[in-house]
Design a protein around this ligand. Structure first.
Ligand code: F0G
Length: 459
């Protein structure tokens, strides 16, 4: 089309009302929540950018598919439709449905990892890291050094530093590395993509040492789009063709279908190794369900099968990445520091740069997320020292690698005016950034503390 505006490639079919809590209600809700936005009730939020996981709108074809969901306990038709779609896109022969991504991670890691092992990844997502550590292994992040410069426009900041991968293999020995993973896109590192060239290099290194290579494939379609639009020689390929090449380079994948499966729930574990798959299936039966449903309803399997196809539609991906970039451009023009270039699913605000007066031990990113909520009922998520820091026995805080607030855009859910509103809220908070103060942690759980931690304003 000759026009500049990229329009939503859909029109709205069903609407869901938004609540408008006023400033006093938001203040009360935040205090009750212990300054943890995970504790808010949905009706206390105006625009919910907490996550793009399971929060998107399904299509007419997905809802129609749900009506033909086959709820047979064993051998459901919907399972075979799901399996065939996953195999057609990924080329992986063994497809194990799970209720979401972390279930696939837990089953894979419990089966493949021993205590003392080391799992390299570009950057582990929080549940992935926790599931590796829960097996007594080390989750080692080896993202490229380009990722550390938030302002640079390097196109593939999700790449793995392959030199550091070689060093890690030399240091710990092949026998203690049960698998290498790459997260596409690299969620905890700003939603940044991984190039095909980098995946090929990691494949070569894994082959040299006979180490299995897995993708954390949650946002594989967005990654494929970034390859198409940024990697040399890829512009004329379809996202589907690129995605299939991405999967052809790995031995297996874990997937949360709540992201690029365009569904409200679901996931899978897929691989080529039939022996490993058999061990995983046995564990699946113990904790998730029979291998033809894996903890999902037949209708969920239908929604995911259809959603995986829709996620690869070029018109959808063009709109998806453009609408995230639209928010990023707005914020950037207002001088608010963000990770550049913007990721596919989210804009990441750099709270350390925005609030230099708040010490890391007082959680600047958490403070910023709370301020956005108080200002305009916008809920983002902290990806900083609450999520990735640690409290030592003596009470000192070891900060995480970054202090980010992620504004994740649910798929096909908000319109341009919602996003314009978010931009205004952000600008209002940025204008009085020097008045914001930090938080003191008063409670934390033994792992994944960010979900349930409680805080008080630091005096
Ligand atoms: N891997 C990545 C890269 C993820 O982003 C997530 C979830 C998971 C694994 C786990 O999948 O939630 O289905 O169990 N990310 C969500 C988020 C929760 O907000 O980014 P899950």
């Amino acid at each position: 089309m000759p026009y500049r505006t990229i329009i939503e490639p859909f029109r709205i079919h069903t609407v869901e009302p938004i609540d408008f809590p006023d400033a006093a209600q938001r203040r009360g809700a935040l205090e009750r929540a212990g300054y943890n936005l995970f504790e808010l009730h949905a009706d206390e939020v105006i625009i919910d950018l907490l996550t793009d996981s399971g929060t998107g709108a399904m299509s007419t074809a997905q809802w129609a598919g749900m009506m033909r969901g086959d709820e047979s306990y064993a051998g459901s038709r919907s399972f075979y439709r799901f399996r065939d779609t996953v195999s057609a896109i990924t080329g992986l022969s063994q497809v194990i449905p799970t209720h979401q991504g972390r279930a696939a991670e837990r089953i894979l890691f419990q089966t493949a990892i021993e205590p003392g092992d080391v799992v390299p990844n570009n950057t582990h997502f929080d549940t992935t890291r926790a599931n590796v550590e829960f097996q007594g292994a080390e989750a080692r992040d080896l993202v490229t050094s380009e990722a550390k410069d938030h302002g640079s426009s390097y196109p593939f900041k999700g790449n793995m530093d392959t030199e550091r991968l070689r060093h890690t293999i030399a240091e710990v020995g092949r026998d203690r590395i049960p698998l290498v993973m790459l997260t596409v896109t690299n969620n905890s590192g700003g939603g940044q993509p991984v190039s095909l060239a980098n995946m090929r290099e990691v494949r070569t290194i894994c082959d040299e040492h006979d180490i299995p290579f897995f993708l954390d494939a949650c946002r594989f379609a967005e990654n494929a789009w970034f390859i198409k639009s940024r990697e040399e020689g890829q512009a004329d390929r379809s996202p589907r063709d690129i995605a299939t090449e991405m999967f052809s380079l790995v031995d297996g994948a874990t997937m949360s279908a709540k992201k690029d499966g365009m569904s409200n729930i679901g996931g899978f574990l897929a691989m080529n190794d039939a022996r490993l798959a058999e061990a995983c299936r046995n564990l699946l039966i113990l904790t998730e369900g029979f291998p033809t449903y894996g903890g999902l309803a037949g209708y969920d399997l239908e929604a995911v099968a259809q959603g995986l196809e829709e996620a690869l539609d070029p018109e959808y991906l063009r709109y998806r990445t453009r609408s995230t970039a639209y928010l990023a451009d707005k914020v950037d023009r207002a001088g608010i520091p963000i990770i550049k270039p913007p990721g596919g699913h989210a804009v990441y605000l750099d709270a350390a740069a925005m609030l230099p007066h708040i010490p890391r031990s007082q959680f600047p990113a958490q403070a910023l997320a709370c301020a956005l909520y108080l200002e305009g009922g916008v809920r983002g998520v902290e990806i900083g020292s609450v999520m990735f820091g640690k409290r030592l026995e003596d009470g000192t805080e070891v900060p995480g690698p970054n202090e980010l607030v992620r504004l994740a855009v649910p798929r096909r859910t908000y319109t341009q005016s919602h996003i314009d509103y978010v931009g205004e809220v952000l600008i209002a908070v940025a204008e009085r950034a020097d008045e914001l103060s930090g938080l003191r942690l008063t409670y934390q759980a033994p792992w994944l503390r960010h979900f349930t931690a409680r805080f008080e304003p630091a005096a």
